[in-house]
Design a protein around this ligand. Structure first.
Ligand SMILES: CCCCCCCC/C=C\CCCCCCCC(=O)N[C@@H](COP(=O)(O)O)[C@H](O)/C=C/CCCCCCCCCCCCC
Length: 210
């Protein structure tokens, strides 16, 4: 999947559903595909979100370069990636700004924001403010990893978000009730990807990679 064409929540849902295998392995390809779908949605919201989508694109592209590179076989799953990058030594892992583990960690933290945001949208009232849901989700997740200037720019951008119902309509799923149902279907898959990544990274003390 690439960041072009109309957004489809169904495609994003299918991608995240395909990320976790029966043996609880996290597959990178479907995750990246899910991320491209989300980025496409973000890009459709306008230029005010450009600095956020640019960062997300850069991180997904780093992961694609790993996957398609000479060592690509080690980047099939989160587990094989962690094993491979740890085998090269902690100094190498901590010193590389484009390591797979560091990059996945940034996307993983953003996935917690996404979970909280989608849950807030799903359970919110018709007249809830999307910007408030987004700000609360951000403050409870990603914000603690960002410097003041990024937090300020992000919270300003959130003010440009449309109302909850308009937002649900932009999701192209049909009426708001249908979009809410699909969010209910999507959230457990996103939680599952978040859960296995959190477990794996905690097990190897990788949750604070600089
Ligand atoms: C189902 C459809 C509805 C929801 C659609 C949501 C679409 C969201 C798409 C993408 C989310 C953006 C993910 C951003 C990843 C940020 C990773 C990060 O933390 N990067 C920072 C640290 O990186 P390093 O410097 O250590 O390499 C970097 O400093 C960040 C810069 C940009 C600001 C990031 C703010 C993120 C706010 C959360 C996304 C809000 C999107 C709102 C739209 C609804």
């Amino acid at each position: 999947m690439a960041a072009a064409g109309a957004f489809s929540l169904r495609e994003v849902l299918d991608a995240f559903r395909g990320c976790v295998t029966e043996r609880r392995e996290g597959l990178l390809e479907p995750c990246l595909s899910g991320w491209w779908g989300l980025i496409r949605f973000l890009q459709s919201l306008g230029a005010v979100f450009g600095f956020i989508s640019k960062d997300a694109v850069a991180k997904v592209q780093i992961m694609e370069r790993h996957r398609r590179g000479e060592q690509g076989q080690h980047y099939e799953s989160l587990q094989s990636m962690v094993e491979f990058e740890l085998s090269r030594g902690p100094a190498e892992l901590r010193g590389r700004p484009d390591s797979g583990c560091r990059t996945v960690l940034r996307l993983h933290r953003a996935l917690l924001w996404l979970q909280l945001f989608l849950e807030g949208l799903r359970t919110g009232h018709r007249d809830s403010r999307t910007s408030t849901i987004c700000t609360d989700s951000y403050n409870a997740s990603l914000a603690k990893h960002h410097p003041w200037v990024v937090r300020k720019a992000a919270t300003l951008a959130f003010c440009a978000l449309p109302s909850r119902d308009a937002f649900l309509e932009v999701m192209n799923v049909g009426p708001p009730e249908q979009a809410v149902d699909m969010l209910g279907e999507a959230i457990p898959y996103i939680q599952s990807v978040y859960g296995i990544t959190q477990e794996l990274f905690a097990q190897h003390s990788l949750l604070d990679l600089p």
